[in-house]
Design a binder for this molecule. Sequence first.
Ligand code: LIP
Length: 275
Amino acid sequence: MSDSIDLDLCYQTLLELVKQAEELIRNGINSAKEIQLKSCEVDLVTETDQQVEKLLISGLKEKFPNHQFIGEESTADGQKNELTDAPTWIIDPVDGTMNFVHSFPHVCISIALLINKVPEIAIITNPVLGQFFEARRGQGALLNGNKIHVSSVNELSKALLSLEVGTSRDPEKMKVVLRNVNTLVPLAHGIRALGSAALNMAMVAMGASDSYIEFGIHAWDIAAGDLIVREAGGVVIDPAGGEFDVMSRRCLCASSMELAQEIVKHIDQYYPGRD
Ligand code: LIP
């Protein structure tokens, strides 16, 4: 189906809308915010999250009325999500909302277009720090227009890892995450947590870190990072070692399959409900 779709038109339309959306984030991050709670005390949403998602979806829907949409805030408002073969935009309007609330500058818009469930276009942009990551399937990954590539690290003892606790404080998940931190810290060079799945994946794509692992994220957190990491020469798999499933709420990406599979051997697993 992707042959009959004008991907260049999709990309150009997205680019114009993202530029407008970036302004909302730049203007909002150091301003007073109206904060609402979603699933728990640390699952937040601001009016900027909602404004950015509305701007992107209404602009894309106007140009591509037959496309489907999976958005973080539309889902929070009750929209049911089913990823079909139809052209589908998967959108996180503000990835790192907790960071945004605290004016911690690691926030981004993460958006991908999937056709036949295959990512064709991806953008992760942090307008606060001026980091614009993009990828088109088969054309490599760019940061601010320059080609990026994952690191050459292929062993855990030399790897800088990203792990996140995540929003859910489910006791079983917390036990697994903290067990994995205790296991991996002595084995790796170090652990980092940016508070944004998409930016953690972008760091792997640009070779600044070597792997990112998380349980409990959603499709909108990782759909763009999936394409950007792969186009930068990295791998994206299920944390148990199998094939990546963007709707599974589980993700492990790495600079190499060797490193990914070494990490798989050491970590305990957690299986959240699917998106
Ligand atoms: C965030 C993810 C992050 C996760 C946070 C939160 P949001 O997405 O990007 O990886 O650890 O709990 O889910 O909610 O800021 O879009």
